[in-house]
Design a protein around this ligand. Structure first.
Ligand code: ATP
Ligand code: MG
Length: 178
């Protein structure tokens, strides 16, 4: 996987499979500490303590189609390659938070990639779920909240209408403030 955005797509897929209705994605950097941090939080079914412990192991999966689960181990590997780490905070019945940290300037740190396209894909593919996105990268803040957008739309336009998706994508284009 070339970009962190593709890892994020994978981790969000775990959240949708866990029955989440709200998925939060936060990406921020701390230039002073040379850190990049990605947090993906969901309100899905969560995991018990044993599962959290085993989840970084690629042979731990509840998939029935394939026996090896790679989403979490691959993101952990991407973080560790930079001297960072991956943390999973989860509680059965409550939800899950996956936090990956990277040494931002590390030569092996993958680029964030196209988060506009990633978020657009997620919203188009999951129009019944809510997403909250916030990033603060290179001094530019971007915020998307589908609950808020839904509130602003009139009932005849759905969240996955191409016009709405294009507006969301536009937020990610440099120098467009709205
Ligand atoms: N957000 C989550 N909520 C509840 N369970 C989760 C969550 N994320 C992961 N899991 C559990 O951990 C297992 C391993 O996840 P991982 O992404 O590493 O592999 P996978 O989803 O099984 O397979 P792959 O990602 O390769 O398609 C999942 O099968 C699931 O049981
Ligand atoms: Mg997965």
């Amino acid at each position: 996987m070339q970009d962190l955005s593709l890892h994020i797509l994978d981790i969000v897929e775990n959240a949708t499979e866990a029955g989440a209705t709200l998925i939060e994605i936060y990406i921020s950097e701390d230039k002073n500490k040379d850190l990049l941090q990605i947090t993906i939080k969901d309100n899905g079914r969560g995991m018990d303590a044993a599962m959290v412990k085993g989840v970084k192991d690629p042979f731990m999966t509840t998939r029935t189609t394939r026996r090896v689960g790679m989403g979490i181990p691959l993101l952990e590997q991407a973080a560790k390659e930079t001297g960072g780490n991956l943390q999973i905070i989860s509680e059965a019945g409550k939800g899950t938070e996956v936090v990956a940290t990277f040494q931002e300037s590390h030569i092996d740190r993958k680029p964030v990639g196209d988060m506009g396209a990633t978020l657009a894909t997620l919203i188009m593919g999951n129009p019944d779920l809510d997403f909250r996105y916030y990033s603060n990268l290179e001094g530019e803040e971007i915020e998307v909240d589908t609950q808020y957008i839904r509130g602003e739309l009139n009932d005849s336009i759905s969240i996955n209408d191409p016009a709405v998706i294009n507006l969301i994508k536009d937020l990610f284009k440099k120098n467009t403030k709205s």
